[in-house]
Design a protein around this ligand. Structure first.
Ligand SMILES: [Zn+2]
Length: 501
C-alpha cells in the first residue's frame, strides 16, 4: 500500500475556532478519506499551536495560567475536529507533547550543526498579533497591515536562521515542482517573494519577552524558540519523531500540508529551508485554501459575526455542514458563509435532490417489490449508466487534482440525472401497465443510489455509510461504482436528510 501522510495546519489557541477552521478540517478530511478508499495507507496529523506570546497575553487578561488557558482552548479545536468528522490519527499539542519539545530541539540542533543558526543583535518592529517582525515599508500608516495596531520597537540579541543562503535552492525546488504548490496559481506569488531577496529571520526571543513560555533554545537558557520554528516541527512530531523511528521512516516526508493562504510564506519558504538545512526530506505538496467571509464581511469579534462551527454542526449535522463548505466555498479562493444559503442548500440539494431520489427509489422497491429486485436488461437505461460512469471518472479526476468543489458538483449531477430519469419514466404509472419496464427503471435508479453512496463517502461519510448499508456494502474505490450491482435486497429505507426551517 502506498502511504499518504497529510497534515492540517495547527491553529493558535488564543481564540475559539471559527467557521474558517472548519473549512480546512473538512478539506483535509475529504482528501484523506478519498485517498483511503482509493487504497492508500493514510495518516493524518492535526493539533494546536500553543507556544505563542499571544496565548500568554490572552491568558493573563483572563487571569488564567497559560497552560490552563491552552488546555481549555485546545479542547475546543479537538471538539471541532471530532464533531466535523476529521479522521485524524494524532493530535499534537505543542506545549505539552514531550516528543514535540524534543523534535524542536532536534531541528534546531541539526540546522545549527549545518552552520545556519547564529546570534546577532536585532532591532525591529514587532507585531505580537502576527508574531512577526515588520520592516518600516511593510507597515500601513505605521500600523500592522493585519491587525491595525502599532508594532512595538524591540531590541535584543536573538538567534537567526540563515534563510538568505537558501534563495537559489528554493527557487529551483519550487520551479521544478519538486515541492508542488496547489493550486499552481499561488506559485508565482511565492516565487516573487523568494526572488525579491530573502533575509535571515529571527528564530528566538528572550525569556523575558516570552514570559518564559515556549520551548527553550538548546544550551541557552536565556532564549525561547520563536513559535513558528517549533510549530512547523509538529508535522515531524505527528509522524513519530523521535520516539517511533519505524513509523517516522514510513511516514516522512509529508505528502501534503493543508494550509490557509495567510501562512504560505512560512510553509513554502521558511519550512522548506529549515528542512533542507536539517537534512530532512521535503514535503511533496502544499495545498493552499482561501479565507471564509460571513455574509460578505470579514469575520471579526468587533462586528460580532464570528460563526461557531460546532454550534452549526450541532444544529444542522456534520454531513450537511461538510457538504455546504465543500460545495459553496471555492476550494482555492475566498468564499462566503451564510446561514440563509446553508438552509437553501440543505433543503434544495440534500433534501430535495439527493434525499428525495434515494428515498423514492428505495421506498418504491420496498413497497412494490418487497425490497427485492433481480438483474434487468437495460434498454434506455444503458445510455444513462454510461453517462453516470463518465461522471464517476470526472469526479475521480478532479479529486486527484484536489479540486474538491468541482468533484462534488459532478457527484450532485449523478443525483440530478437519477432524479430526472425517475421523474421522466414515472414508474408509479408504469408498474400498473408494464411491470418489467418499471423494474428496469428501478434497477437503474437503485444502481445510481449505490453509486451515490460510494462517491459521497469523502464528503459525507455518515450519509455514505447509511446509504451503502442498504446494499450491504462498505465504502470502496470510485472505480467500484462502475460495476453494476445485479441483485438488490433492500430493507425499509429511512430518511437521509431532514428539511430545515
Ligand atoms: Zn499583526
Amino acid at each position: 500500500m502506498t502511504k499518504f501522510y497529510i497534515t492540517t495546519s495547527i491553529p493558535y489557541v488564543n481564540a475559539k475556532p471559527h467557521i474558517g477552521h472548519a473549512l480546512e478540517v473538512v478539506q483535509a478530511d475529504v482528501i484523506a478519506r478519498y485517498k483511503k478508499i482509493e487504497g492508500n495507507s493514510v495518516y493524518l496529523t492535526t493539533g494546536t499551536d500553543e507556544n505563542s506570546l499571544k496565548n500568554v497575553l490572552a491568558s493573563e487578561k483572563l487571569g488564567m495560567r497559560t497552560s490552563d488557558f491552552c488546555a481549555v482552548n485546545s479542547s475546543l479545536f479537538k471538539e471541532l475536529d471530532d464533531k466535523a468528522g476529521l479522521s485524524y490519527n494524532v493530535f499534537v499539542r505543542t506545549s505539552v507533547d514531550k516528543d514535540h519539545a524534543k523534535v524542536a530541539a532536534i531541528l534546531w540542533n541539526a540546522c545549527s550543526v549545518n552552520g545556519d543558526i547564529y546570534k546577532k543583535k536585532y532591532r525591529g518592529l514587532y507585531c505580537i498579533g502576527c508574531e512577526l517582525f515588520y520592516t518600516e515599508n511593510e507597515l500601513v500608516d505605521g500600523l500592522c497591515p493585519e491587525h491595525r495596531t502599532k508594532p512595538e520597537l524591540v531590541e535584543e540579541e536573538n538567534y537567526f536562521f540563515r534563510l538568505s543562503k537558501y534563495q537559489d535552492r528554493l527557487i529551483r525546488l519550487l520551479e521544478s515542482g519538486e515541492v508542488k504548490i496547489i493550486p499552481e496559481t499561488r506559485l508565482s506569488e511565492i516565487l516573487n517573494f523568494v526572488k525579491s531577496g530573502l533575509e535571515d529571520f529571527s528564530i528566538s526571543r528572550s525569556v523575558k519577552r516570552s514570559h518564559g513560555w515556549g520551548i527553550p533554545v538548546p544550551e541557552d537558557d536565556t532564549q525561547i524558540m520563536y513559535v513558528w520554528f517549533d510549530a512547523l516541527g509538529s508535522y515531524l512530531t505527528g509522524a513519530g519523531l523521535p520516539s517511533d523511528g519505524q513509523k517516522f521512516k514510513k511516514l516522512w516526508p509529508a505528502d501534503m500540508h493543508v494550509i490557509g493562504k495567510g501562512i504560505v510564506r512560512f510553509h513554502a519558504v521558511y519550512w522548506l529551508a529549515m528542512l533542507t538545512s536539517a537534512k530532512f526530506a521535503l514535503p511533496k505538496s502544499i495545498f493552499v485554501h482561501g479565507y471564509v467571509t460571513v455574509n460578505g464581511q470579514k469575520m471579526s469579534k468587533s462586528i460580532g459575526n464570528v460563526i461557531d462551527p460546532v454550534a452549526m454542526i450541532d444544529k444542522y449535522g456534520a454531513d450537511p455542514i461538510r457538504y455546504y463548505l465543500m460545495k459553496e466555498i471555492s476550494t482555492f479562493q475566498d468564499g462566503d458563509f451564510s446561514e440563509k444559503t446553508l438552509k437553501e442548500v440543505i433543503n434544495n440539494e440534500l433534501v430535495g435532490n439527493v434525499g428525495n431520489f434515494v428515498n423514492r427509489t428505495l421506498s418504491f422497491i420496498h413497497t412494490k417489490f418487497g425490497g427485492k429486485l433481480d438483474e434487468q436488461k437495460l434498454a434506455e437505461g444503458a445510455l444513462l449508466m454510461t453517462d453516470i460512469h463518465s461522471l464517476v471518472d470526472d469526479a475521480k479526476r478532479m479529486l486527484d487534482r484536489s479540486q474538491l468543489n468541482f468533484a462534488l458538483l459532478k457527484i450532485l449531477e449523478v443525483s440530478s440525472k437519477g432524479n430526472k430519469y425517475f421523474q421522466d419514466n414515472e414508474p408509479w404509472k408504469l408498474v400498473k401497465e408494464d411491470e418489467r419496464a418499471a423494474k428496469e427503471v428501478l434497477f437503474v435508479c437503485a444502481n445510481i443510489c449505490r453509486i451515490l453512496g460510494i462517491l459521497s463517502y469523502p464528503y459525507m461519510p455518515s450519509t455514505s455509510e447509511k446509504l451503502l448499508s442498504y446494499f450491504k456494502e462498505k465504502p470502496s474505490k470510485f472505480e467500484a461504482a462502475k460495476t453494476l450491482t445485479k441483485r438488490f435486497e433492500i430493507g425499509s429505507p429511512k430518511i437521509l436528510f431532514s428539511k430545515v426551517e
